[in-house]
Design a binder for this molecule. Structure first.
Ligand code: GDP
Ligand code: MG
Length: 182
């Protein structure tokens, strides 16, 4: 992909998946805007693009948000098509959002994400509300271990671990030769 007309080495499609209200849009804005203040997630935004350097490579990340469609049931196969990475998000203060991921995994991710090399991350958001916790860190880790994916806890509000999560995901994609060929 290197060339005069191309300002990046690789382009990755990354998806944010999870129940409505877990903080997907806020995570995306927190990552894109470099600011924790004045974030106002807008329903209807489809994706955002950010370029960053990881492992000496210039990467273009196109991060897809569900644009509120998760409210109407499962997402379509076109959303998943060509994805290099999938971030499955739950809210650590909403147990339901954690349990629902099992359903989403079976009814959507395994059905539509046909590339077995696609990197999945499990992310528990809103750790700033620690006193209201309904899902322990250990439970999150256990599910991630069971699904063979990486695990992060973050706060889109304080921006704790948000950058790290995307950078680590990009690094994992870079390490998967089958994904880079696409
Ligand atoms: P989405 O439906 O998954 O896109 O969720 P949103 O990004 O719209 O967030 C839902 C609500 O949770 C909003 O009121 C956000 O301000 C709030 N929120 C998102 N992330 C965090 C977080 O890390 N901590 C706290 N305390 N609130 C958050
Ligand atoms: Mg949203």
């Amino acid at each position: 992909m290197k060339g005069k007309s191309c300002s990046y080495d690789y382009s990755f499609k990354i998806l944010l998946i999870g129940d409505s209200g877990v903080g997907k849009s806020t995570i995306l804005l927190s990552f894109i805007s470099n600011s924790a203040h004045g974030l106002s997630p807008t329903i209807g935004v489809d994706f955002k693009v950010k370029t960053l350097n990881v492992g000496g490579k210039r990467l273009k990340l196109t991060i897809w948000d569900t644009a509120g469609q998760e409210r109407f049931g499962i997402l379509t196969s076109s959303y998943y098509r060509g994805a290099h990475g999938i971030i499955l998000v739950y809210d650590v203060t909403q147990r339901e959002s954690f349990l629902n991921l099992t359903d989403i995994w079976a009814k959507e991710v395994e059905l539509y994400s046909t590339n077995p090399e696609c990197i999945k991350f499990l992310v528990g958001n809103k750790v700033d509300r620690d006193t209201e916790r309904a899902v322990s860190r250990e439970e999150g880790m256990a599910l991630a271990w069971e699904r063979k994916c990486s695990f992060f806890e973050c706060s889109a509000k304080t921006r704790h671990n948000v950058q790290q999560c995307f950078i680590e995901l990009a690094r994992k994609i870079l390490e998967a030769p089958a994904l880079l060929e696409k």
